[in-house]
Design a protein. Structure first.
Length: 148
């Protein structure tokens, strides 16, 4: 076969657009001894694919060991879940109680601060009322100085 056709088939093969028949043509070409010198680099790959196709696993697979592992893993998962549900609920309850206590403390501090600001506002109000007397004093003083 012409090397030009083989090159086209190789390009299709590496782009994953080659058909099964074209792949078989490539395997046949590279398994024979007449390979173009510039294509010899692909020969080991196709020869490996041909050999790998013929390999078969003849050993036996034991599936009994895997089932015991899954049983023990399931038992362990249930035990961890039960442990967490039993002991975790108490610690969550404690956490929730502490959170409520903190909210109550924050609310109490808010109310105390509000009282303190109300007291401060009341005292400023008293001070402002006293300032009106000083303003009247200043006006009267100016009247006296202006007449003299």
């Amino acid at each position: 076969m012409e090397s030009h056709n083989i090159e086209e088939l190789l390009e299709k093969y590496f782009e994953a657009t080659a058909t099964v028949e074209e792949e078989q043509i490539l395997r046949d070409y590279f398994s024979k001894g007449k390979i173009a010198p510039h294509l010899e680099q692909y020969a080991p790959m196709f020869q490996y694919f041909s050999r790998a196709k013929e390999e078969r696993f003849t050993g036996q697979v034991s599936l009994k060991h895997g089932k015991a592992y899954y049983k023990w893993a399931a038992i362990a998962a249930v035990a961890v879940f039960a442990f967490g549900a039993y002991f975790g609920s108490g610690s969550y309850r404690d956490y929730r109680e502490k959170q409520l206590e903190d909210q109550e403390k924050a609310l109490a501090a808010y109310h105390e601060t509000k009282k303190a600001f109300a007291l401060l506002a009341e005292n400023f109000s008293k001070g402002t009322q006293k300032m009106t007397y000083l303003n009247e004093f200043e006006v009267t003083k100016q009247k006296i100085y202006n007449h003299n």
